[in-house]
Design a protein around this ligand. Structure first.
Ligand code: ZN
Length: 370
């Protein structure tokens, strides 16, 4: 071996050794600094993770604010560590406690993220209940968490309905006997809002009487009153109907609380309360007290509307601001037997929307008016 080659090899060896020494030192140094203070977690969190023997486990993963928060409040449960990494931190009271309780109830991280994002102020309702498949309600716009227990009970008893139907029906109140629980409008609300929903769950004040009742042009010795706007609309409706050879006569319009009371009591003594409740509203619960409802008949000999005239009303009355309020096949929703003859004034715009929706006003009101 010549001298030059020897020197070259020795030099190479020396460089190699130096390189190894430098690299090893750097690596050691690096490791030391990491265990000292490069953890992205707060000192409190670091202390707790060291107590739990989770320092390496946690620091080899990406930083998580959720994990940090649970460490800081000393609520981190080892068995949920993987879940915590899937849970987004949310700025809510008792975050750690809430997360752990939801995990205890078997909520998934996806569900928990949805809950903390969308139902933050109502989480207690969920914490007081067993696990609920909450994501099933995600796209139901009229979902009201305050009714959650009722939805679940009603769904169990009515498995033929889909969840959206369950929500609407419960919101209307159909899981409870009509009249058992109801809200009451103020006189101002009744007077100022032509669109209020009156049914077995929404009552008018006993004393309420509209202040703008006017007589219809039709009279048969008896004068028929409606609120001014509804009266004008009715004149247009009946004229338009006439052009299509649909001739109708009013037979009941505005009825005061007292009139309704006498009428209802007469039906009760004739047919019994249970039967009367299927076709006559109790006083305070009648649309007729609003002065916005009108019963029409096809001839003056009996209080009925022919199928032909009923069809015409279904197809056309909305153009004049009226809807058929108790259509056939909807009594499980309206809580009244079909009344083809009973029209309710809502104004053209709203009546058109209700007509186009194909819904009863009870449903429409819950879905779009609250
Ligand atoms: Zn009626």
């Amino acid at each position: 071996m010549n001298k030059g080659l020897k020197i070259f090899l020795i030099t190479l060896l020396v460089i190699l050794v130096i390189a190894i020494v430098v690299l090893t030192t750097l690596k050691l140094l690096h490791h030391n600094t990491q265990t000292e203070n490069t953890s992205p977690y707060s000192q409190t969190a670091v202390n707790v993770m060291q107590e739990l023997n989770l320092y390496d486990e946690i620091n080899k993963r990406d930083y998580s604010k959720t994990v940090e928060t649970l460490l800081e409040t000393n609520e981190l449960e080892k068995k949920y560590l993987d879940d915590y990494y899937q849970i987004d931190y949310a700025n809510i009271t008792n975050f750690g406690t809430v997360i752990n309780e939801l995990l205890n109830k078997n909520y998934t991280s996806e569900e928990i993220n949805y809950i903390t994002k969308n139902m933050a102020s109502d989480i207690n309702i969920l914490l007081n209940m067993d696990y609920v498949n909450i994501l099933a309600f995600k796209d139901i716009t009229n979902f009201d968490i305050n009714n959650l227990e009722r939805y679940l009970t009603y769904q169990e008893e009515n498995s033929e309905y889909d969840l959206a139907t369950v929500v609407t029906y419960v919101n209307i109140g159909l899981d409870k006997e009509g009249y058992s629980e109801y809200s009451e409008y103020t006189e101002e609300e009744a007077q100022n809002d032509l669109t209020i929903l009156v049914n077995k769950y929404h009552k008018l004040p006993d004393d309420y009487e509209p202040d703008d009742l006017v007589a219809l042009s039709y009279s048969n010795g008896y004068t028929y009153y409606l609120r001014k706007e509804a009266a004008q609309a009715y004149e247009q409706l009946s004229s338009a109907a006439l052009l299509d050879n649909v001739i109708v006569y009013p037979f009941s319009t505005y009825r005061s609380y007292d009139t309704q009371s006498k009428l209802y009591n007469r039906y009760v003594s004739r047919d019994g309360r249970e039967a009367a409740d299927t076709y006559s509203a109790r006083p305070g619960f009648s649309e007729h007290q609003l002065g916005l409802a009108i019963d029409i008949r096809s001839n003056t000999l009996n209080d009925n509307l022919t199928d032909k005239d009923y069809e015409w009303m279904l197809d056309n009355s909305y153009k004049y601001g009226f809807i058929v309020r108790y259509p056939k096949g909807k009594q499980h929703i309206t809580q009244f037997m079909e009344e083809p003859w009973h029209l309710r004034y809502l104004g053209i715009e709203l009546a058109t929307k209700v007509h186009d929706s194909g819904l009863t006003y009870d449903e429409y009101y819950d879905l779009y008016m609250k």
